[in-house]
Design a protein around this ligand. Sequence first.
Ligand code: KG4
Ligand code: ZN
Length: 338
Amino acid sequence: NENIYILGIESSCDDTSAAILCNDKILSNVVADQKIHAEYGGVVPELASRAHQQNIVPVVHQAIEKAGISKKQLSAIAFTRGPGLMGSLLVGTSFAKSLAFGLNIPLIDVNHMQAHILAHFISEENHKKLPFPFLAMTISGGHTQIVKVSNYFEMEVLGETIDDAVGEAYDKSGKVLGLGYPAGPEIDKLAQLGNPKAFRFTKPKVDGLNFSFSGLKTAILYFVQRETKANPNFVKDNLNDICASIQYTIIGILMDKLKLAVKQTGIKHIAIGGGVSANSGIRKALEDAEHKFGWTTYIPKFEYTTDNAAMIAIVGYLKYLEKDFSDFDVMATARLKI
Ligand code: KG4
Ligand code: ZN
């Protein structure tokens, strides 16, 4: 059998990324993140599109070079169709279309949220193989979902956030604490130095497998305002403990919902994906759940947690095997369901 080479392109938010896969193995995975947004405390869509426009050619070029192949060997091009920021998606979509058109090879559109889940099928050494069906919790800056995965492309959303995503809860809490953007990694780092039970934040009451994080964000804001009135240095004096307590609350919310999902479905194979799956707290909680609850848990390699094109390329490969190609009039879509 001939090798299949897929170029994956990801541009849904603020990372421009290109990756090359040979079958299900990574040859290269290049990510250019956009520092420009940090000074605005969040992603500025217009600036993101412009940065993608600047980055896309060098990033793709570098991915091909690192992979040590020539453009002419590519079997197909996979790109993120959505969900994401429209202006950002358009850059990757147009570029993928043009290159596939020029090379006269198939074009494959990919759902970003499916890709966060299917990243688990990238071949790695000592890699636990995921059996169907499994439960996937996608936790990122834009999404918080629990998905039942019956097959590669048979996915059902069992629950999702009714307001903010969990990554947003991290980033917005970080803003209140005066941390930079994105604050998730910073809170995670400081949390490991603090006491998780120093402060208590009430968990939201949301039915079933849905999530809510906007109340927590407000609770943290009021808490910090109140305490700062009494002690202007409150945040500075207690930063590690505050971060540890926020993290403890958020991980508790995620684990409560996972436990309920396992109870409702009887499925004990649990995978996580998305930027927040880089978090040390959720990783530890899932490792513990293996002994505590008899689950088998699947935690992605760090480089496949935040946005990357390797996860887009693996979906491209799986679709290529099915000859599931896109028409060239396929459109980028800001809102795309799993
Ligand atoms: O998947 P991703 O790169 O982009 C989206 O599709 O949203 O996720 C980015 C999100 C940000 O909110 C960031 O703060 C969060 O993931 N994040 C973390 C950690 N690393 C990234 N949150 C908590 N702990 C981390 N270690
Ligand atoms: Zn993402």
